[in-house]
Ligand binder design. Structure first.
Ligand code: UDP
Ligand code: MG
Length: 139
């Protein structure tokens, strides 16, 4: 299992508010290389599958509505220690708990609408990257 890649989504709220450029700037400045990237919209089926691990949680329905309401930017990023370093860059799930300077502190509005996704393990990074991208879309 490789340890130098992670997967991210700039969630619908980030795209709606015009934060794509600012967030990509933070990602670049932190030393991540973009290996794959696209503007896309998840179907209901996609979102239910992507967040299947949360299907028993009370917020699952709202999460699926939120993640499907508009386009997202999906990307695969490369850097040494990618998963952990990217989680540090984005900050805590709840922006109220996120450290100063993190992407969620800067751009998220609530624990539900929290601007950005970052994979939580090398295994999930590989699964999530393959969910959104074919091999020929990686550079
Ligand atoms: N979420 C929510 N309410 C919660 C926890 C999570 O709406 O109490 C949403 C939020 O958008 C979060 C996503 O569900 O990013 C996945 O939750 P997870 O615990 O995996 O957080 P993450 O890994 O994104 O920090
Ligand atoms: Mg998670």
């Amino acid at each position: 299992m490789r340890t130098d890649r992670t997967f991210t989504m700039l969630k619908p709220d980030s795209v709606e508010k015009g934060y794509i450029g600012a967030i990509l700037e933070k990602i670049n400045a932190a030393g991540f290389k973009i290996v794959a990237m696209k503007l896309t919209q998840m179907t209901r089926r996609d979102a239910m599958k992507f967040y299947e691990v949360h299907k028993e949680r009370p917020f699952y329905g709202e999460l699926v509505e939120y993640m499907t309401r508009g386009p997202i930017v999906a990307a695969i990023l490369e850097k040494e220690n990618a998963v952990a370093d990217f989680r540090t860059l984005i900050g805590a799930t709840n922006p109220a708990d996120a450290a100063e300077g993190t992407i969620r502190k800067l751009y998220a509005t609530s624990i539900g609408e929290n601007a950005i996704h970052g994979s939580d393990s090398d295994e999930n990074a590989a699964i999530e990257g393959a969910f959104h991208f074919a091999g020929r879309e990686l550079f």
